[in-house]
Design a protein around this ligand. Structure first.
Ligand code: ME8
Length: 504
């Protein structure tokens, strides 16, 4: 196996205390698009997603429902799987932190850290947010009317004072800072600067990595002291190792060398400062990339259950009918650096203008005309230089953009080609022409190129177009304008039903 032809991508493992919403879909679809893009480039891809099932938050959610935590998460996991199926998420493994192989990895890792003398006993005194499952140090929280407030969940922090075990992260501060500042692991770089300056300002403090069982019983037992469970974030981060069979084998090393962690900016500190230090301690190389995106916000606040401003995946599927449309819209909105407001009017316009009027309309037109004028058989004739030039330019640009995680820009580029092709039809008028075949061939060929490029974002609709117009979705390196000798057009499907802006 050639190393450059391997790709490993992960999503955060989500807390199954509630159903996933479009914030979770945003990350998961992004990871799926990268997985599909690399498959389209001929790589051997491993795509990992799953659920983060231990800890106080889950324990409390189960207590609220009056059931045991395991029973509660067992009920929630099928819901996550159902949503990811609806959205055509092509994961290779759905990992649960309650999986036996994972619990073994956690124990093995903790043993190793302990035997290396990196864990010591101590007392933790400080503030905790159970929704973040995070210890808050001074300056990180907000204060309102004398109360300490979690800035993400806008709720009061809890005071925690307990005997625990600490992990000696502070010993790795300089090495971690180097990885953050002097490598290209964290992307976009603004996030690296943010973490570097936090490290320079506050340093990397030792972390409490256990919770006493009389407070938190729902977790992996600490292998060297059964009165404690492992702190949920340490448990969770290790899933990325379990997912590909943590160990010294070749498969693990190959996948690990290219791992991309896709995350939202809320969990950046855990995936950089803390994770890099833990990996250094375990003698595992740092991840190849931590790909960070900003938030989807609604009425100015991060969309989240505790804030009460979520848009559910079902709401979006109801409005835009198909997984492909929802995936397209989420990826069209995607912004790694800036928060984006969930704006239905804007989404309606993109949906109607781009999917229905541009892509849908083009496919329908070439389909109908090919069947009517040529009985569906469209042979290659003279290639149109403008469409060929445009197609080649778009393929080249899209490859560059996708390889740089600029998915929204790549969609805009591909839609340029679709628009140019619609304009080509308007200009050359194959419906009036005595020799419509070369005109239709060129239009279908450009449609094929665009469809092939759109496949990772809209897997179903692009397959449908390929079948209707009679071509195959192929590896992107082999995509070349004019390659197809003949199209056998079978039908002229209507791809996207328009939405009316007056309903919401
Ligand atoms: O943090 N906008 O799980 P979680 C964009 N279990 N992305 C959003 C979002 C929004 N409004 N809301 C959620 C956890 N997300 C831990 C992870 S990993 C070892 C452990 C996405 O269920 C985004 O990816 O709270 C964010 O980082 C993640 O969901 C948080 O999911």
């Amino acid at each position: 196996m050639n190393v450059s032809r391997v790709f490993y991508v992960t999503t955060p493992i989500y807390y199954p205390n509630d159903l996933p919403h479009i914030g979770h879909a945003y990350t998961t679809v992004l990871a799926d698009v990268l997985a599909r893009w690399h498959r389209l480039k001929g790589s051997d891809v491993f795509f990992l997603t799953g659920t983060d099932e231990h800890g106080l938050k889950l324990q409390r959610a189960a207590e609220k429902k009056g059931v045991k935590p395991k029973e509660f998460v067992d009920r929630m996991v099928p819901e996550f799987k159902r949503y990811w199926k609806l959205l055509e998420i092509s994961y290779n493994r759905f990992i649960r932190t309650t999986d036996i192989d994972h619990e073994e990895v956690v124990k093995k890792a903790l043993e190793e850290l302990h035997s290396k003398g990196l864990i010591y006993r101590g007392t933790y005194r400080g503030w905790y947010c159970s929704s973040c499952e995070k210890f808050y140090s001074e300056g990180e929280y907000e204060e309102k009317e004398g109360k300490k407030i979690c800035p993400i969940h806008v709720k009061e922090l809890e005071w925690v004072e307990e005997e625990t075990y600490f992990l000696k992260l502070s010993a790795y501060q300089d090495e971690v800072l180097k990885l953050v500042r002097d490598t290209d692991i964290i992307h976009p770089r603004g996030y690296a600067r943010e973490i570097a300056s936090k490290l320079e300002r506050e340093g990397l403090r030792d972390l409490s990595i256990a919770r006493p069982k009389d407070r938190v019983y729902w977790g992996v037992e600490l292998p060297f002291d059964n009165r404690y469970v492992v702190y949920v974030w340490i448990d969770a981060l290790l899933n990325y190792l379990t997912g590909i069979g943590y160990g010294g084998n070749r498969k693990f090393r190959e996948y690990w060398s290219v791992v991309h962690h896709v995350i939202g900016k809320d969990i950046l500190w855990f995936h950089t400062a803390i994770w890099f230090a833990v990996l250094l301690m375990l003698d595992v190389p740092p991840p190849r990339r931590v790909l960070v995106h900003a938030f989807i916000i609604n009425r100015g606040l991060k969309m989240g259950k505790s804030v009460g401003n979520v848009v559910m995946i079902d709401d979006m599927l109801d409005r835009y009918y198909t997984a492909d449309s929802v995936r397209y819209l989420l990826m069209r909105l995607l912004n790694l650096e800036k928060d984006v407001e969930f704006d239905v009017e804007l989404l309606d316009n993109i949906y109607n203008g781009e999917l229905a009027d541009t892509y849908g309309n083009l496919v329908r037109r070439v389909g109908v005309l090919s069947i009517k004028k040529l009985g569906g058989v469209v042979k290659r004739g003279e290639l149109d230089e403008e469409l060929r030039g445009k197609s080649e330019e778009v393929v080249e640009e899209v490859v560059k953009l996708m390889d740089n995680y600029k998915i929204s820009e790549s969609l805009v580029k591909t839609f340029d080609l679709l628009r140019t092709t619609n304009a080509y039809l308007n200009k050359t008028k194959p419906w009036e022409s005595e020799n419509p075949e070369p005109l239709l061939y060129n239009a279908i060929e450009a449609t094929r190129i665009a469809t092939n490029l759109l496949n990772p974002v809209m897997p179903s609709v692009t397959r449908k177009v390929a079948e209707a117009l009679g071509f195959e979705i192929i590896e992107v390196d082999k995509l070349k304008y004019g390659e197809v000798k003949e199209f056998r057009v079978r039908e002229a499907p209507i791809l996207f039903k328009k939405v009316k802006s007056d309903i919401s």
